[in-house]
Design a protein around this ligand. Structure first.
Ligand code: ADP
Ligand code: MG
Length: 613
């Protein structure tokens, strides 16, 4: 192998000769130029694969088979049933800056293909042993060419082949030891390969994709063209829980569209390793948008150390996204990055907020509105908001039924399951902590404190934002003892406390007088709560940062005002809680992202009792 090493390995020349004379300037050999260019595009087997699969997609392939050996270090093969390359163009495909996808710079603005730079194949060829077999539907047989380190490309020879292209890349970096040194173990390289295959599988749902490793089938993604096959693909790319519980994103504003799936807040990862972002069908990395998504989850996922799971597809006018900023095309530059940031936050927050009891099934059956080859079409009703069909219907039927909220009317609903609201009707309270209810599918269990806390939090937030926080003026001011520091902080933050509904003033050096409290807090331990709020303020320092911790303050208030364990609720009170959950965004999660309710279906209950087996 060593004797095949190419020119790039010659000892480098110092830029000055020993005589002090400058070294002569020479043009680099084409092959060296290719190898240098390869440094930007080809980092490891997975990046070779990315370029080859993108070419197959651009060629209109409906099926792409990938075979790698030793994590791709030994060989990488991509076979597609695309349009193939005609005989006269074969040499050009391997030549630098030759492409069939772009003719002038202006058309880059509206580029529809993944490739356009015309440098992947020559770059890959320059650092490997490459064989290309291809046939178009115009020819009776195919052609094969091979190249060794890109220096000598063979004359095409006739070969047997179906329509399409097969490219095999062996011994990556065999002629560039410096690069080869950066390759990792077989298993590490293979995990990059596998992730790349997932990224590709999620980018073109309608294209069949398979991966073999060392002759063994590892992944197979059949073409997804129905609700069930689409779900199957999500299951293969993520897992069954995600496929069953992901929230469907469908959001559109002013010509920007977001679609795809995001994980429920109670199903996150310790690493950001299951996050797939696409812009106009191109898998990209974007720190700002990743941050926007995380930001949107923050309101429900207080644990900032966890990462949401998503496959998110943004579609925008190509003129607004420059794809030519990165040789590997792994990034795009948005014309209006701030707009994209804001839009992404709204799309994700809105989707999360739309995840209320009873909506998830709707979201799931929205599977069939997804166009399978990326160009997602949106029903008009989704413009700028989620269509949640339960809104108008449920409260109506609730009212009718809950006025006679006796156990009799509840039994009646069991015989008419279609009339039961998503969270059903309350049956009882369990262990002072849970509300049990019956809905059409079986048993509903609600963590009443967690649910109530979320409801109060959402309400406080809304009221705070619209400056409509209702205040209760106390007839007799309430005086609490406080440390000098607490008094200082409270007085320094009088304004923000007032906006939160507390009228706090100085009573003495070590006491505060409270004249009003937020009405939502009626009946809770005001002294303890105010102390907690002041502690929050102390912890976060000066009042400038208050806006940042505003939600935290509201969350503290929500927690205090929520029903406690062992609070006894009447059936109508429980029903009221359930009805409120149904119409409040994010009510399915407590402030730590844990679920506030769960369903046990009749089927699951039957299974517990071996019924019908
Ligand atoms: P680019 O994709 O930027 O055009 P590449 O170097 O990746 O550059 O490919 C060069 C050209 O080779 C492409 O423009 C295309 O015409 C042709 N080509 C490469 N791979 C395939 C394939 N799998 N099927 C058909 N044509 C291909
Ligand atoms: Mg390409």
């Amino acid at each position: 192998m060593e004797n095949r090493e190419q020119s790039v390995n010659h000892k480098s020349q110092p830029s000055t000769a020993p005589s002090g004379q400058p070294a002569r300037i020479r043009r680099l050999a084409d092959n060296v130029i290719d190898q240098i260019a390869a440094g930007e595009v080809v980092e490891r087997p997975a990046s070779v694969l990315k370029e080859l699969i993108e070419n197959s997609i651009d060629a209109g392939a409906k099926r792409i088979d990938v075979e790698v050996r030793s994590g791709g270090l030994q060989s990488i093969l991509v076979r597609d049933d695309g349009c193939g390359i005609s005989r006269p163009d074969i040499a050009l495909a391997l030549a630098r800056h030759a492409t069939s996808k772009l003719s002038d710079f202006d058309s880059l603005e509206s580029i529809q293909t993944l490739g356009f730079r015309g440098e992947a194949l020559p770059s890959i060829a320059s650092v490997s042993r490459l064989t290309l077999l291809t046939k178009t539907n115009q020819e009776s047989h195919g052609w094969r060419v091979s190249s060794d380190g890109g220096s000598s490309i063979s004359e095409p020879e006739p070969a047997q082949s179906g329509v399409g292209t097969e490219i095999e890349v062996q011994d990556l970096f065999f002629n560039v030891p410096a690069r080869r040194k950066f390759l990792r173990s077989t298993s590490t390289e293979f995990s990059h390969v596998r992730k790349l295959i997932r990224q590709m599988a999620l980018s073109r749902m309608g294209t069949e994709l398979s991966l073999n490793h060392n002759g063994r089938r590892v992944d197979r993604y059949p073409a997804a063209n129905s609700e069930s096959t689409l779900k199957e693909r999500l299951r293969s790319a993520f897992d069954a829980h995600f496929a069953d519980n992901a929230l469907r994103v469908e959001w559109e504003e002013d010509g920007i569209r977001a679609s795809g799936w995001i994980g429920p807040p109670d199903y996150t990862r310790s690493q950001p390793d299951q996050q797939f972002l696409y812009v106009n069908g191109r898998g990209i990395r974007d720190r700002s948008l990743a941050h926007a998504i995380k930001q949107a989850y923050l309101d429900v996922l207080f644990d900032t150390k966890r990462f949401p799971i998503f496959a998110l597809y943004l579609d925008i006018d190509p003129v607004l996204a420059d794809v030519n900023v990165h040789p590997a095309k792994a990034e795009v530059r948005f014309k209006n990055p701030r707009d994209m940031y804001g839009f992404t936050i709204r799309a994700i927050s809105g989707t999360l907020a739309g995840d209320r009891p009873g909506t998830r099934k709707m979201a799931k059956s929205a599977f069939d509105t997804v166009d399978l080859n990326r160009k997602v079409s949106f029903p008009e009703s989704h413009q700028g908001t989620m269509a949640l069909p339960l809104d108008s219907d449920w409260p109506k039927s609730n009212k009718r039924l809950s006025t006679t909220s006796s156990s009799k009317s509840q039994t009646a609903t069991s015989t008419k399951p279609s009339l039961a609201p998503p969270l059903g009707f309350a049956l009882a309270q369990l262990g002072g902590a849970y509300v049990l209810a019956e809905n059409a599918d079986g048993l509903i269990i609600v963590d009443m404190h967690a649910a109530h806390e979320r409801l109060n939090y959402e309400r406080l937030k809304q009221d705070y934002e619209s400056s409509a926080l209702k205040v209760q003026t106390l007839i007799v001011p309430f005086v609490i003892k406080a440390s000098a520091e607490e008094v200082d902080v409270a007085i320094a933050n009088q304004q923000i406390l007032s906006k939160l509904g507390f009228d706090v003033s100085l009573a003495s050096d070590n006491s505060l007088s409270i004249r009003s409290v937020p009405r939502i807090l009626k009946g809770c331990d005001i002294e303890k709560l105010l102390r907690d709020v002041i502690t929050d303020l102390i912890e976060h320092g000066n009042s400038k940062r208050v806006e940042h911790i505003r939600n935290e303050l509201l969350a503290t208030m929500a927690c205090h005002s929520a029903i406690r364990a062992n609070d006894q609720l009447s059936l109508p009170e429980m029903d009221a809680l359930l009805r409120q959950m149904e119409v409040t965004g994010l009510s399915g999660y407590c402030s730590h992202g844990r679920p506030t309710w769960n369903q046990i279906t009749m089927k699951e209950l039957d299974r517990l009792f071996y019924r019908g087996q």
